[in-house]
Design a protein. Structure first.
Length: 192
């Protein structure tokens, strides 16, 4: 007996000789076709830049079209395929919230192949901040609110950052990062 395949608008079902059926929902098929038409994945630097924006918690996907504000559908597909983001429940009129996964947070912190050296250099100086997209800003020229935001982000991610910058340190990660020259400079600038 040969296998027969029946296709409906919603579900693709394959009937096997022993009577069991395996199916795939139409939306999964449509999603894979959409991904295939968008082309190859984006570069990891582009994906990291999008992840940095998503990590603020303010990014939601569009209701009716693919992508999110300032983030293309192709970039979101790349992040989703690598399991770097997690989608929340759709909110009517506002889209779906999107957050980085643990792997996504590590990708932001890694900052490319020289991640360890970059973190060591960045934390041991007090003049510049280098954003995940590579933009360098003098700390004395950063607005106080931005300095406070960067300092809070560093504190939230202190344990992960320490794995790249100082993996052998035994003291508490928060105490360690608060003692770095970068953090002291950011706090002074935020207090102005």
């Amino acid at each position: 007996m040969t296998d027969t395949t029946e296709t409906t608008g919603i579900t693709t079902t394959t009937a096997s000789p022993d009577g069991r059926a395996a199916g795939t929902t139409g939306s999964a098929v449509a999603a894979s076709k959409t991904r295939a038409t968008r082309g190859r994945p984006v570069r990891m630097t582009t994906a990291r830049r999008a992840l940095a924006r998503i990590s603020t918690g303010a990014v939601r996907t569009y209701d009716s079209r693919q992508g999110a504000p300032g983030i293309s559908g192709r970039t979101l597909d790349t992040l989703d395929a690598r399991r770097l983001v997690r989608y929340g429940t759709p909110i009517p009129g506002l889209g779906r919230p999107i957050r980085p996964t643990a792997a996504g947070t590590r990708a932001i912190l890694r900052r490319g192949p020289g991640g360890t050296a970059v973190w060591r250099w960045l934390l041991d100086q007090d003049e510049v901040w280098v954003a995940s997209d590579g933009r360098t800003t003098l700390i004395r020229e950063m607005p106080p609110a931005y300095c406070a935001n960067v300092a809070a982000w560093l504190q939230r991610n202190a344990a992960s950052i320490r794995t790249y910058a100082a993996p052998r340190r035994r003291q508490d990660a928060l105490t360690w990062i608060d003692g770095t020259p970068l953090m002291r400079a950011l706090r002074e600038s935020a207090a102005d």
